[in-house]
Design a protein around this ligand. Structure first.
Ligand code: MN
Length: 256
């Protein structure tokens, strides 16, 4: 969706690590090369909240200057809340692009489903905007994001020039360090092997910490996880329409 006006493209930047994370500033830096940047993001860490929205409490937002260079609004809600509030209340005009990230940690494989970063971008798509999620596979906040930034530069340029089909979001993951290249990739079939560590609190009550690891069930070489292992950035078109189309023909004649 390229802006037809003479104004610069408006780019909404969101994430799930919170508005003060280094990754969102890295993405705002890249977006700034293409237009006017508005950062609207959760005021705190919101990783793995998926597409959650806030309905039982009000949302508030506070304006900040981020790094002295960008207008930022910190929202007391989730990544999806932030994009919805930006769209409906906080932005002066409709964005030409919604970008989310750069997340600190991989959003390949089944992570896509749990990810707040991806859900911010998906929410942008639902609202009718071209939207892209960006993640670096390295969880370290000091990781070298140069490759992820270069990948973001290339993908943002492509999407601003060409738009995206309705209902489709792009999900990019990049290894830390310089960019070797970008490969289109499917989402790897994968799941978490949930390992909880049980502990006991001072009141003798049990509690649990999740520390699951992702198990890849996919043998194919063209999936996001494998592409990343080879050192490339992976780019996956994803959709929020969860209909199992492959089954629709089979159930056509089933009477219930
Ligand atoms: Mn995160």
């Amino acid at each position: 969706m390229v802006s037809m006006s003479s104004e610069q493209p408006l780019i909404l930047v969101c994430n799930d690590d919170g508005i003060f994370s280094p990754g969102i500033l890295a993405l705002a830096d890249v977006a700034d090369e293409f237009g006017q940047v508005e950062i609207i993001a959760p005021d705190r860490q919101q990783s793995a909240v998926g597409h959650a929205i806030t309905m039982s409490t009000p949302l508030r937002s506070r304006s900040f200057q981020i790094d002295g260079r960008f207008n930022g609004q910190a929202v007391t809600g989730t990544p999806a809340d932030s994009v919805k509030l930006g769209h409906d209340q906080l932005l002066d005009r409709k964005p030409d692009l919604v970008v989310s990230g750069i997340n600190h940690g991989s959003n390949a494989g089944i992570n896509i489903l749990y990810s707040g970063t991806v859900s911010a971008a998906t929410e942008g798509t639902i609202l009718g905007y071209s939207s892209i999620a960006f993640s670096c596979t390295d969880y370290d906040e000091d990781a070298d994001l140069s490759g992820a930034k270069e990948a973001a530069r290339r993908v943002i340029k492509y999407v601003l020039e060409n738009g995206l089909p309705k209902g489709v979001t792009l999900n990019l993951n990049a290894p830390a360090g310089p960019l070797q290249g970008i490969r289109w990739a499917r989402q790897a079939n994968s799941r978490y092997v949930e390992e909880f560590e049980g502990r006991v609190d001072p009141h003798n009550e049990s509690y649990y910490w999740m520390k699951g690891t992702m198990e890849v069930l996919d043998e194919a070489e063209d999936v996001d996880v494998k592409v990343l292992e080879k050192g490339y950035a992976s780019l996956t078109p994803i959709q929020y329409d969860m209909t199992a189309y492959s089954l629709m023909k089979d159930v056509e004649d089933v009477e219930l």
